[in-house]
Design a protein. Structure first.
Length: 220
């Protein structure tokens, strides 16, 4: 709930031992969570800097322990948030790596709810692209793997994430986004109402709940 306060503690651990895998991926998580709270144009530079540092920590954790399912997931999470503000060429490059990280994480632990979410969100983001953008990505930008994406896979993976941990608000929120995009308003409303009843566990959850309320009002 307090990523900014947790971050210097993780950095102190890393100052003593930069090879501490858990301290690296937890520091990356804290950096990512602080960056997620910076949503204005005025804070863009600060956000990019935090995500760049998060990526360095997460990549170090993966290099040190390539089969660590948490490290793989956190790197994918950071890259996903980084991709949101990038141009199509870099987004495609990051998307290919994100999918690979999600699959590697699931190979190490098929019950990792975060990795299922990551893969579901990957399908969602690819399917949100225009048909022309997907065509260009597949043909010219090395994004051939994007042909594997589908709305059904997005729905299936995010539903699996919710089933594994129904108290993670962002699992339900992204599932609702997919359901709205595929004209399943009634199913989306079920997820959005559940979010209102779910206790806050993470720093970003209050923002997710506000977004869920706005989406539910839009459905009504």
């Amino acid at each position: 709930m307090q990523p900014a306060e947790a971050l210097p503690r993780f950095e102190a651990l890393l100052a003593r031992d930069s090879t501490d895998v858990e301290a690296n991926w937890r520091a990356a998580t804290a950096l990512n969570d602080v960056a997620a709270q910076l949503t204005t144009d005025a804070t863009r530079t600060r956000r990019d800097s935090l995500l760049s540092n998060a990526q360095q920590r997460a990549r170090r954790a993966v290099r040190l322990d390539p089969a660590n399912t948490r490290a793989l997931f956190v790197l994918g999470l950071v890259l996903g948030n980084t991709a949101l503000t990038r141009g199509i060429k870099e987004r495609v490059k990051l998307a290919v790596e994100i999918r690979d990280l999600a699959l590697r994480s699931l190979a190490a632990d098929s019950l990792n709810d975060g990795a299922h979410h990551l893969l579901g969100r990957w399908n969602y983001e690819v399917m949100k692209l225009s048909g022309f953008s997907r065509l260009v990505a597949r043909a010219f930008l090395g994004g051939g793997v994007m042909r594997e994406a589908s709305w059904e896979e997005a729905r299936r993976e995010l539903s699996r994430a919710v089933a594994l941990d129904s108290t993670r608000i962002y699992h339900r929120l992204d599932l609702a986004h997919v359901q709205l995009a595929t004209h399943q308003q009634a199913d989306a409303a079920i997820q959005l109402r559940a979010i209102a009843r779910t206790p806050i566990r993470f720093a970003a959850d209050s923002g997710y709940q506000r977004e869920a309320r706005a989406l539910l009002e839009r459905i009504r």
